[in-house]
Design a protein around this ligand. Structure first.
Ligand SMILES: CC(C)(COP(=O)(O)OP(=O)(O)OC[C@H]1O[C@@H](n2cnc3c(N)ncnc32)[C@H](O)[C@@H]1OP(=O)(O)O)[C@@H](O)C(=O)NCCC(=O)NCCS
Length: 167
């Protein structure tokens, strides 16, 4: 099996568009804003996302730079991941540095764990020394993915687990 991550590109095509239609718009707080968009709107979204990834400070006064990665298994896209380059007060509460989703048809085969490992490597390249994951308490698969990648639980509130990974 060949597993690799690729950075979002403005040349991304139908295979990724199709995955983004399979993934829900919001699942456990992981947002997929391409769900329901037309192909042309998706191509615009790719351009905006790439621009956002290339920023260095806050975008529009609130949004942090974020790089999107796709997980490919044997050249088929199976995962959507985001690495935020730094945190704000709001992201420390909800959002964290890293988010990920595996398309429903590819779940529960260990890909989530492998994807996070690859996103951690990407986070190091971006310059992160540690990464925060904020995970809803009922999201057991995601908590297991984080703990399997060296995550340390900082605190558990009524809503979320706050898990840090040293990179
Ligand atoms: C979280 C997510 C990425 C996990 O992906 P995955 O490829 O299914 O994960 P894995 O196969 O690596 O499994 C991770 C662990 O969760 C367990 N698991 C997977 N699906 C499960 C389910 N439906 N119920 C209970 N446990 C489950 C696995 O058994 C494994 O546990 P282990 O430690 O015993 O091996 C995927 O469920 C997903 O995309 N969820 C929606 C988006 C989301 O919640 N993202 C995280 C936001 S913080």
């Amino acid at each position: 099996m060949c597993l690799e991550i690729r950075k979002l590109s403005i040349d991304d095509g139908c295979d990724i568009y199709e995955m983004l239609q399979e993934l829900p718009a919001d699942e456990n707080g992981f947002i997929n804003s391409v769900k329901g968009k037309t192909f042309d709107e998706y191509k615009e979204w790719l351009k905006n996302s790439l621009r956002n990834s290339e920023q260095t400070g806050l975008v529009n006064g609130w949004k942090v730079p974020e790089t999107t990665f796709w997980l490919f298994e044997n050249n088929t896209p199976v995962g959507f991941g985001k690495v935020r380059h730094f945190l704000t007060e709001a992201l420390l509460e909800n959002g964290g540095n890293v988010g990920y989703a595996i398309r429903p048809s590819a779940r529960n085969r260990g890909l989530g764990k492998r994807f996070l490992a690859l996103l951690i490597d990407a986070g190091k390249e971006i310059g992160l020394s540690k990464a925060l994951l904020t995970i809803r308490n009922q999201n057991i698969p995601s908590i297991r993915v984080a703990l399997a990648n060296g995550g340390v639980i900082e605190k558990i509130t009524a809503d979320r687990h706050y898990i840090w990974i040293n990179l």
